[in-house]
Design a protein around this ligand. Structure first.
Ligand code: B3K
Ligand code: ZN
Length: 893
């Protein structure tokens, strides 16, 4: 793997004027004819050769201006085509014919077959697996695509843009032609062919144009695409209302395929989706599935402007389209649902994934400086932290200037392949703010630590807030500059009412935003009549770790009174984490796994009785407060996860101790809230037919969270079994199954439910993924044997990424005690699996491998074993670039 550096960027020597592609589809021998019209860029070296990217290509013919080219003028390897002696100024035409094998393409990059459907995935560098091409995002061109295929097997022939026409083509074949008038980079190319069912609708845009909307799914699954269609129409409307963005073709298509490396892909006018993020009905999809579908449909649709109309100059700028588009889909979901609850879920995800990435061996800036394999940079840092950075621009500028900056960006850069600098410049210009310090957020990796201490001088009426920021060292970046950190805040009186200051000194405070810009900074608030309680980083306005020792009374006050719901949730979490951490430290290595009953319970409470009492009291009063939305109360009940506790502890992690500590607190809260939970299970139940809307989903979430506690208080699977039998939708059904199987895995009730579920959903692979995943997540040493047994289940298919993620992925990412069993056996198993998967699908293998990125945080015995497994991978021959890059970075230093 070569290192690619941002600093080495330079434009191409040739400008690509247009692209004509003709595909003669065949499962194993597809012929691709590519006609490219180029001219040499003004000012470029007049003797420079044309260098085109390839990947495992077979060249069968090469023409220059329609005439077979002299073999002395070119060199072709599977990965590169170099053509020499080209005109200095006038345009010329190159015609390339390649032969490719879609059936053998198990990487799922380029043109491949999924369940008999031809489909493509070209981002980031998949187009070069179809034909030789300047396969980089700054080469924008207009495409015409002709598709020829067997008519009976492939009645449907799709590509980007508008349909030009089609006809018969002799010998049972037919063809279709598509033209995309919008210049685009090759990563946005798509082709789909096959036999699929169709769901249709229309959308009338802002300016009155009618757009045909088409969602293609496997025959028989059409009814399960109606929610996706509804989400699409809402997304189109929202982007007009909120960002003034209108759709720009006559047709917008979505195709659902069952083999896909990620969630979906925003190809111009022809989005290709993992069917998991299209198909839903109440019997087969959970509330979370519906919310994901809504978010991903929106995300891909929003890319039409942020990504497609304005694309990236190079892959270092990936966050320019991804971070921004995540920000846009977050705003959309917040508007469609509950903003506060959405924010809590976002922050949970950010901390669980991105904070972990940012503090380990794979840490990298939101805009990386170098990469060896770009596919390894589709990370939570680029996506989620990238979104947070956009959100901070909105916080610093305020809504009006943020809107003005976005408008300027759309206007100025439409049709461009832009950079992060171009984006930031628009906001600097409209706000007349210097955003150069702020831009460190794009270039410095690592989560800033902000230490806070407060003092109140009653005589002077002065409240002082001392802040200190430290950005930790990360790979390749030992020393960091102080960042511009916008912290939303409020001051609360003892009664929980807002307190206003007469004045403030020490730095910029605008409205409710405090701007921390120095390494150390002291803000002095004057005219404060009573000791205030500081509520800091409201709404999680900055993605930082706060180190702020607030006592339990202050936290309880924030939890019950803050005007910001996010902060109320955060205060509960801040009450819980020290209790959990102390308990994990105390029980570490002492309690046998079997004894998760009484001994562990007393440990949690004994660790810090006052804090545990304050927590339980605050938590139950929020959960019982009917004036609060149920979804929020359910979030409160979710408690910090085992991963949250591990992150807080930071080192010497013993996953078993953490698990025991958390279970003990759950048991404690379950006992204290027994009556309330009983009432909620009854009160939140509904006889109305299932509806996926946010309010109904919130009621189900609260009911199910309460049920989980009830079942654990009773230490009896009966209630969960009863809930399983009663469930009339997948949300309730899969939750009941989860409770049964997680807490009572070996009981008859759990086994019966598993058997029932398997039979009931036989043949529905997406639903059976839930069945695999719930079993893969059962805590304890028994998990590994279970995984191995499930791998020989006929429903498991190691070639399908959804199956692999459901079984092996859930085990590695969501089963800390099972995966990190002390003897290291699961690490060895993982190493074996990764090497096998790598042969078939490097991207999937590399992604699974990141599950071990926290290995250095583990206690020494486990860390040693994890390291040995990683070394086995590193030493193996024939590793993909993808896996090699990840394993090397994980072992470095
Ligand atoms: N842009 C795609 C991701 C492509 C991943 C390539 N390895 C989906 C998205 O972010 O919308
Ligand atoms: Zn995206």
């Amino acid at each position: 793997g070569q290192v690619v550096s941002l600093a080495d960027y330079r434009p191409t020597d040739f400008v690509l004027e247009r692209v004509d592609l003709t595909f003669e589809l065949d499962p194993t021998e597809t012929k691709v004819e590519t006609r490219l019209i180029f001219h040499r860029r003004e000012g470029a070296d007049p003797t420079a050769p044309l260098v085109l990217d390839g990947d495992e290509l077979v060249l069968t013919s090469l023409l220059f201006d329609q005439i077979e080219i002299d073999p002395g003028r070119y060199t072709a390897t599977p990965n590169l085509l170099t053509i020499r002696d080209l005109p200095a100024a006038e345009p010329f035409e190159i015609t390339i014919t390649t032969l490719i094998n879609p059936e053998a393409n198990t990487q799922l990059m380029g043109l491949y077959r999924s369940n008999g459907i031809y489909c493509t995935q070209c981002e980031a560098e998949g187009f070069r697996r179809i034909t030789y091409f300047p396969d980089r995002p700054d080469v924008l061109s207009v495409y015409t695509v002709n598709i020829i295929a067997d008519k009976a097997a492939n009645p449907l022939l799709l590509s980007n843009g508008n349909f030009l026409g089609g006809a018969g083509y002799g010998e049972g074949k037919h063809f279709a032609a598509w033209f995309d008038p919008h210049p685009k980079p090759s990563y946005l190319f798509a082709l789909v062919a096959g036999d699929l069912g169709l769901v249709e609708d229309t959308f009338t845009t802002l300016s009155g144009r009618e757009v045909a909307l088409k969602i293609y799914v496997e025959h028989g699954k059409e009814p399960r695409a109606s929610y996706a269609m509804d989400a699409l129409k809402r997304s189109m409307k929202w982007d007009e209302d909120v960002f003034g963005r209108e759709y720009d073709l006559d047709i917008f298509m979505i195709v659902a395929v069952s083999d896909f490396n990620m969630g979906a892909m925003e190809n111009k006018g022809l989005n290709v989706f993992n069917d998991k993020y299209v198909l839903a009905d109440p019997e087969t999809a959970t509330d979370a599935d519906y919310a994901n579908i809504e978010a991903i449909i929106a995300h891909e649709y929003f890319h039409n402007w942020t990504g497609n109309r304005i694309t990236c100059r190079d892959w270092f700028q990936l966050c320019l389209k991804e971070g921004l588009t995540v920000y846009r889909d977050h705003q959309f979901s917040a508007d469609q649902r509950s903003r506060a609850v959405k924010r809590i879920a976002e922050v949970r995800h950010l901390r669980a994934e991105q904070f972990v990435e940012d503090s380990g061996p794979l840490a990298h800036p939101v805009r990386p400086n170098t990469y060896k394999e770009i596919n390894n940079f589709y990370t939570t840092t680029v996506y989620e932290k990238g979104s947070e950075v956009t959100g901070m621009i909105a916080t610093i500028l305020g809504p009006d200037l943020f809107k003005a900056g976005m408008d300027l960006y759309f206007e100025r850069h439409d049709g461009d392949a832009a950079t992060v600098e171009d984006f930031v410049a628009c906001f600097a210009e409209v706000s007349k703010r210097d955003l150069s310090q702020f831009s460190l957020w794009y270039n410095q990796a690592g989560t800033p630590n902000v230490t806070v201490s407060c003092a109140y001088d009653v005589g002077a009426g002065l409240f002082t807030v001392d802040l200190e920021q430290v950005v930790p060292p990360t790979p390749g970046q030992p020393n960091k500059q102080p960042m511009h950190i916008p912290l939303r805040f409020g001051l609360l009186s003892a009664a929980g009412a807002p307190l206003a200051a007469a004045g403030v000194e020490g730095g910029e405070v605008s409205g409710d935003v405090l701007h921390l810009t120095e390494r150390r900074q002291t803000f002095r608030f004057s005219g404060i009549a009573e000791r205030p309680v500081l509520s800091l980083n409201r709404g999680f306005s900055a993605p930082v770790v706060l180190h702020f020792k607030q006592d339990s009374a202050d936290l309880a006050l924030i939890a019950s009174h803050d005007s910001d719901l996010f902060s109320r949730w955060q205060a509960l979490s801040d009450l819980a984490l020290p209790v959990l951490c102390e308990s994990a430290r105390q029980t570490g290595g002492k309690v046998a796994a079997k004894g998760r009953g009484t001994k562990a319970k007393s440990a949690a409470v004994a660790a810090d009785p006052a804090a545990a009492v304050a927590l339980t009291k605050s938590l139950l009063s929020i959960v019982g407060d009917d004036s609060l939305e149920p979804a929020f109360r359910a979030q409160a009940l979710a408690l910090p996860s085992e991963a949250d506790i591990a992150r807080e502890l930071g080192s010497n992690i013993d996953p078993d101790a953490i698990h025991r500590a958390r279970q003990a607190l759950v048991a404690e809260i379950a006992r204290a809230g027994l009556d309330l939970f009983g009432q909620l299970v009854e009160g939140m139940a509904s006889d109305a037919p299932y509806s996926p809307d946010a309010a109904s989903a919130g009621r189900r979430a609260l009911k199910n969270a309460a049920l989980g506690y009830l079942v654990q208080a009773a230490q009896d699977p009966a209630k969960a079994a009863e809930a399983y039998d009663k469930a009339d939708n997948m949300t309730d059904l899969s939750h009941a199954l989860g409770v049964l199987v997680t807490y009572f895995p070996e009981t008859e009730a759990a086994q019966a439910a598993l058997g029932n579920f398997q039979t009931r959903f036989a043949g529905n692979a997406l639903v059976l993924d839930k069945w695999f995943s719930v079993q893969a997540s059962i805590p304890g040493d028994g998990a590994l044997a279970r995984i191995k047994a499930l791998m020989s289940n006929p429903g498991f298919n190691p070639a399908n990424p959804n199956r692999v993620r459901a079984l092996i992925g859930s085990f590695a990412f969501s089963n800390p005690t099972g995966f990190h069993r002390a003897d290291g056996a699961a690490y060895d198993f993982m190493a074996e699996q990764i090497l096998l998967i790598d042969k078939r699908n490097p991207q999937l293998a590399a992604r699974l491998l990141t599950s071990m990125r926290t290995w250095r945080m583990l206690e020494p015995t486990r860390a040693e074993k994890a390291k040995a497994a990683l070394s086995t991978i590193e030493k193996s021959s024939g590793l993909s670039n993808d896996v090699r890059d990840i394993v090397e970075r994980m072992l470095k230093g």
